[in-house]
Design a binder for this molecule. Structure first.
Ligand code: AMP
Ligand code: ZN
Length: 118
């Protein structure tokens, strides 16, 4: 399969062109371990559809974006910290530190997380 957006790192992971440790797959989303983990568990949850930023999400995408959260919840159960607690965050554009322009939830768990984030 060819990446939907050939310039997009996460489309290349979806297409199997770049390896990743995939921990979850559904019709609308996949999740894989972050290459630079910021917590004992740091998983990136992405839609199969290429959407560059939150600013590009339309009402037609609501089911897909919602599926990222059900994925995150299922992964938290599988990782064993659903009851203890965890964080899910999505960065948008430069000021928030977005570096890959294919929307993704960061799922962080396995340690105590401070608030507010930096
Ligand atoms: P953001 O900075 O919010 O756009 O998040 C992008 C995330 O993707 C960062 O946490 C990176 O560590 C992660 N990342 C970049 N390249 C890869 C890769 N090849 N496999 C897994 N995670 C990656
Ligand atoms: Zn993409």
């Amino acid at each position: 399969m060819t990446a939907a957006n050939p310039d997009c790192l996460f489309c290349k992971i979806l297409a199997g062109e770049i390896p990743a440790e995939i921990v979850y797959e559904s019709d609308t989303a996949i999740a894989f371990r972050d290459i630079n983990p910021q917590a004992p568990t740091h998983v990136v949850v992405i839609p199969r559809k290429h959407i560059a930023t939150i600013n590009d999400v339309t009402p037609d995408d609501e089911a897909v974006v919602g599926s990222l959260y059900s994925a995150a919840g299922a992964i938290a159960v599988a990782e064993g910290f659903a009851d203890e607690g965890y964080r899910v965050v999505m960065n948008c554009n430069a000021a928030a530190g977005q570096t890959v322009f294919h929307i993704h939830l960061h799922l962080l768990g396995g340690r105590t997380l401070t608030w507010p984030p930096g």
